[in-house]
Structures are given as structure tokens and as C-alpha cells.
Write a protein that binds this ligand. Structure first.
Ligand SMILES: O=P(O)(O)O[C@@H]1C[C@H](O)[C@@H](CO)O1
Length: 307
């Protein structure tokens, strides 16, 4: 059984009391660790100081929690993970969601989870921020669910409904925030996130499979955190930054056709296999980090204190 009290006691020794009851939790996705850059009264606690925390090992993820006040005016008390944990790093699912459970014990009511994701929906342009309204989690459907195991906390539900996972109120606030900030309409979309384990990116056929199943974007994180947050009773908002396209709209190009065109001397447009890289993912995070930051800050202004 996890010893949250050791983590909480350590935090009490490192973070001033007035910052220790954050209302909102934030998880920064790949390349998005600058989200809380303008925190007021910011206090950083590195994960290696915290019992129960593992380390983020992925480039673009820092291993620290940031406490502080975010947004305009007095600001909203938040705690932000500047780097997250992924199962593909070798972390157990219970470790991946441990910080979310700590956030719940600190009193977090609303959690804003961000990630970098590949577009499956060909209408989604790279750079779009997708407000996630649903998910498909093949790992969950095949027995890799962070809520599996003996029920150690009887106050939490054993059978968690997922039909209302993504808070309608918080999703609407994103569009209100975008409207207030005069962000162009096409910069935002709504969609379904498919969780895969990674660390491999999808083959084109896997991309088509996930698209056919109804997913708009795909990524290697988020869903475990969402499940733990919902189990803990938090309101959940997920924002996915589209960093690359997974399904190439033109689909598969036959190499036989290409060969035959080549020998007939009619080949004009030889096929190329697009590949995605983590560097590309991070560079999009840098490009769109400020937009994501202003959006999140504006949403914070609107979240009712009793939501
Ligand atoms: O932590 P997130 O989901 O933002 O990171 C994505 C998924 C992989 O960790 C990585 C692949 O580039 O980016």
C-alpha cells in the first residue's frame, strides 16, 4: 500500500502552507513544461525529494512539481507536474498515477491534463489544440488499467462509470477562454483520444485502425491519469496538442504501380514514407506552448471555486 503520508509530510516541510491546498492540478505534456512559467510565488519540488515519486526520463519532461498562483489577479493556487510518467519508461501504472492521487489528497478539485498527440483525423492540422471529450484505451480493454487490483481505499468507487469522464463545464470553459482571447476558431477542435502504450509510434495500418474505431488523436499518456483523477472525484479537462499527422491522407501508395510507372517512364511523383520523431513533437510544443499557456491561464480565471 502506498504511503501518501510520507509524501504529504515531505511536501509540508518544503512548500509554504498557503500554497499547500491547490485547487487545480496541471500535468504538462511533452514540450509543454513551460505552461506554469508565470506562476506567482512559485515553489519547485523535485521528484527525487518526494517518497513515492519516480523520475521523468523523457526529453521534454522535467522531474519537478511546481506550486504557486496561476493566472491574472491574485491567481488560482495550482500544483503542476512539469513532467509526467509513462508506462513505456518502465514505470508501474500505480507509479504513473501516484502524483494524481497526491494531488487529490492536497485538495485538488479540477485537473487539467495536457499532452502531445498525433492526428488520426485528417481534418486536424498540426498545431491544433483538441479538447478531448472521450477516449479509447486499448490497454484498458485488454487488462492494463491503473484501477486494477484490490480496493485499498473503500471510500473510492469499485466500478467507475466513464460515460461522463470529461467535464462538460470545463470543456465549455476552454471555448469561452478562446473566445475571450480572440483565438481563431480553427485553432481548437474537439475529439476522442486513443491511448496506446508506446514507445513506438503507430504504423499507418494501426493509425487507420484507430481512426476507424473513432479516435481523432493518439498518444502514449493521459488516460491512466484521467482514470485515477475520476476515481478520486476530480473534474477532468484534457487538452491534446496535435504535433504530427499519423494517417497520411493519400493512404498507401502501391510500389508495384510506382515500379511500373518508372519503367514506363511515366512516374512523376515517387512515394515517400513520412516518419515522425520526438524532436518534431517537442518543437511543436515550443511553437504552441504560449498559446496553450494563455488558454490554460484564462480557463483558470473562469473555473468556479465550487466546481
Ligand atoms: O507525455 P505526452 O503524452 O505529451 O508525450 C507524447 C507521447 C510520448 O511520450 C511522446 C512521443 O513523442 O510525446
Amino acid at each position: 500500500m502506498s504511503d501518501y503520508s510520507a509524501t504529504l509530510d515531505t511536501l509540508k516541510g518544503l512548500v509554504p502552507e498557503e500554497l499547500l491546498n491547490p485547487r487545480v492540478g496541471i500535468i504538462c505534456g511533452s514540450g509543454l513544461s513551460g505552461l506554469p512559467a508565470s506562476l506567482k510565488q512559485s515553489v519547485l519540488v523535485s521528484y527525487d525529494q518526494l517518497p513515492g515519486f519516480v523520475q521523468s526520463t523523457v526529453p521534454g519532461h522535467k522531474s519537478s512539481l511546481a506550486f504557486g498562483l496561476m493566472g491574472s489577479g491574485a491567481g488560482v493556487p495550482v500544483v503542476a507536474m512539469l513532467g509526467r510518467f509513462h508506462p513505456y519508461e518502465g514505470h508501474k501504472l500505480s507509479s504513473v498515477v501516484y502524483p494524481v492521487r497526491v494531488m487529490a489528497k492536497l485538495g485538488v478539485k479540477d485537473i487539467i491534463i495536457t499532452n502531445a498527440a498525433g492526428a488520426l483525423n485528417p481534418e486536424l492540422v498540426v498545431g491544433t489544440i483538441v479538447v478531448v471529450h472521450d477516449h479509447i484505451a486499448l490497454p484498458n480493454l485488454t487488462g492494463m488499467n491503473p484501477l486494477l487490483g484490490p480496493q485499498t481505499d473503500l471510500s473510492l468507487p469499485r466500478f467507475l462509470p466513464l460515460s461522463n469522464t470529461y467535464s462538460r463545464l470545463l470543456r465549455k470553459l476552454v471555448f469561452q477562454a478562446a473566445h475571450d482571447l480572440s483565438i481563431e476558431r480553427d485553432a481548437l477542435a474537439e475529439g476522442t483520444y486513443a491511448w496506446v502504450s508506446g514507445p513506438t509510434y503507430e504504423t499507418p495500418a494501426e493509425g487507420r485502425f484507430l481512426r476507424a474505431a473513432g479516435a481523432d488523436v493518439v498518444g502514449m499518456s493521459t488516460v491512466p491519469e484521467v482514470l485515477a483523477a475520476r476515481e478520486e472525484g476530480m473534474n477532468v479537462l484534457v487538452l491534446s496538442l496535435v504535433t504530427n499527422a499519423v494517417v497520411i491522407p493519400s493512404g498507401y501508395k502501391s510500389v508495384r504501380d510506382e515500379f511500373e510507372a518508372e519503367i514506363a517512364g511515366t512516374l512523376t511523383n515517387p512515394g515517400v514514407d513520412d516518419v515522425v520523431s520526438h524532436e518534431e513533437v517537442l518543437s511543436l510544443g515550443r511553437l504552441k506552448g504560449d498559446l496553450m499557456k494563455s488558454l490554460v491561464e484564462k480557463v483558470l480565471e473562469f473555473i468556479p471555486s465550487d466546481a
